[in-house]
Design a protein around this ligand. Sequence first.
Ligand SMILES: Cc1cc2nc3c(=O)[nH]c(=O)nc-3n(C[C@H](O)[C@H](O)[C@H](O)COP(=O)(O)OP(=O)(O)OC[C@H]3O[C@@H](n4cnc5c(N)ncnc54)[C@H](O)[C@@H]3O)c2cc1C
Length: 291
Amino acid sequence: MQTPAPFGYERATSVDHAIQLLEQLGPEARLVAGGHSLLPMMKIRLAQPEHLIDINPLAAELGSISIDGDSLVIGAMTRHNDLLASPLVGEHFPILQDAERVIADPVVRNRGTVGGSLCQADPAEDLSAALSALHATATIRGSSGSRSVPVRELHVGPYETVVGDAEILTEIRVPIRNGCGSAYEKVERRVGDWAIASAAAVVWMDGGIITDAGVGLAAVGADHFVSPAAEAALRGQQPTEDVIVAAAAAAAAECNPSTDQRGPAEYKRHLAGELTARALRRAVARAQGGQ
Ligand SMILES: Cc1cc2nc3c(=O)[nH]c(=O)nc-3n(C[C@H](O)[C@H](O)[C@H](O)COP(=O)(O)OP(=O)(O)OC[C@H]3O[C@@H](n4cnc5c(N)ncnc54)[C@H](O)[C@@H]3O)c2cc1C
């Protein structure tokens, strides 16, 4: 039987209360959202927080999806399933629903949250790759106020983020720009599993030219979940097959996969390139009004 070490339990009643509890209880306290990453780690004692601060009562404050000016705003307590079902998300960023369809299973998606996923910072986390490709920003709040951090700068390494001990991620803001097309591709060993490799592609097009691009990668050791070389290969270009293949090759060359139970490094590198090309083709088609 797997049982966690003893811990204290508090329920936050507001974001300010959660921050106050984090400050009061110190660095051995942890927030718990969906609990789908933290609780399994506690059961095998990879994590042994002295206190859990339950932020599920903040679902009303942090659980909505809305448009604010020229951004889509996704609250940190938004459940995977809510992102998957949101017409607003589908209209603006189908990449997020492509990704959600292949994240875990319905039980995990019912409970797991966007904020928990990003803060867990698992190197195979699908939303980290998709939101990095979208050039989204994360809003992080502490007792001295809020700060905004690009999602691609949120992760400092596996299971490590820039969110401080007494801070909480409150929302993700995704800029809405004209001419956007986006798509996500993933290969896993079986349905509901973490990725062997996955790729996120976003293009912004004007007059048949890619004016800006985002290429995200998960599970293949890409720094900050992105491939700047692939993005540079796309900017200012027409989306021809040659350009797409060159960008995909740049993504494959830039990532740094390791051999493990999900496959050898060279297979993952091959997948990174192939999935980037497939995601780019679909993103371009969507930007041009297809699919
Ligand atoms: C069987 C299984 C399969 C899975 N498959 C996939 C998959 O294929 N792809 C994928 O991407 N994910 C997968 N996941 C992970 C899943 O998406 C989890 O829901 C997610 O990783 C964590 O979200 P959570 O809300 O459960 O976070 P929790 O477990 O509650 O928290 C995770 C961490 O984030 C911190 N945290 C939570 N919310 C905040 C916040 N607002 N501010 C600051 N810190 C916060 C917690 O303190 C903790 O350290 C899988 C999980 C399981 C159990």
